[in-house]
Design a protein around this ligand. Sequence first.
Ligand SMILES: [Zn+2]
Length: 229
Amino acid sequence: MRRTALLPLVLLAASAFAQDPLTKYMYPLNKPLKTPKVIVDTTDIPSLAPWAAKAKQIVEEWYPYMTSMLATEDWKAPKEIRLVFKKKIDAPAWAAGNEITFSGEWLTAHPDDMGIVVHELTHILQSYPGIEGGIDRGWLVEGIADYIRWWRYEPESPRSRPDPAKAKYTDAYRTTAGFLAWTSAKYDRGLVMALDRAFRKRQDPVPEFKRLTGKDIDTLWAEYLATVK
Ligand SMILES: [Zn+2]
C-alpha cells in the first residue's frame, strides 16, 4: 500500500524537476576540488613576503569555491600552484600554466589589489584549449575572470558603469563581466558555468547565450545597455 501510494508522487517530483523553471534562478555548483599545494617565491622581492602569504591564503581558501563555480568536473587539475613575485614585469600580473607571476612594482603601489589573485587564479582554472576553427574569444576569457573576481569575490567593491555610447561586450574585463552578471541575474544563473563548459569542450561559447536565454548576444547587450543609461 505504501509503495503504490508513493510511486505517483515520485514520478510527479521527477517530472517537475526536469522542467523546473526555478533552476535558472540558482547558481549551479560543481563538486569543489581540493586546493593543490601552493608554493610562494619572493626571492626577487623579499619585501612582498607578507603580501605573498595573504595571496597564498586566498588561493588556498578560494580554490574550492572557484572550482565549484566553473565546469571543472573533468578538468585535470595541476599538482601544485606557484605564486612568483618579480621586482618588475610588463603587467600587474599574468598566469601561465600553473604559475602566476606578480609585479612587485604594481603590488607595492597597490597593496589593496588582493582581488588580482582571484582574477589570475581563474585563468589557471580556465586553462582552456583553443576553440575549434581558431575562433578567438579572449574577451570572454577575461570577462569570466573579472566576473569571478568582481561579482563573486568582492561584489561590494565600487565599479564604473560602461559608457553606452562606446562600450562593446567584446571590451573584455569588467565591461564583459558586468554584462555576464546582468544576463545571469536576469535570465539564467547557469550562464557562466555553461560558457566555461563550452570553452573546455573547444566549442564556441557564444551560442550558449541564445541557448540559455532564447536571445542572441547582441539583443541581450542592447537590453543591458538600456539599463546602464
Ligand atoms: Zn586576465
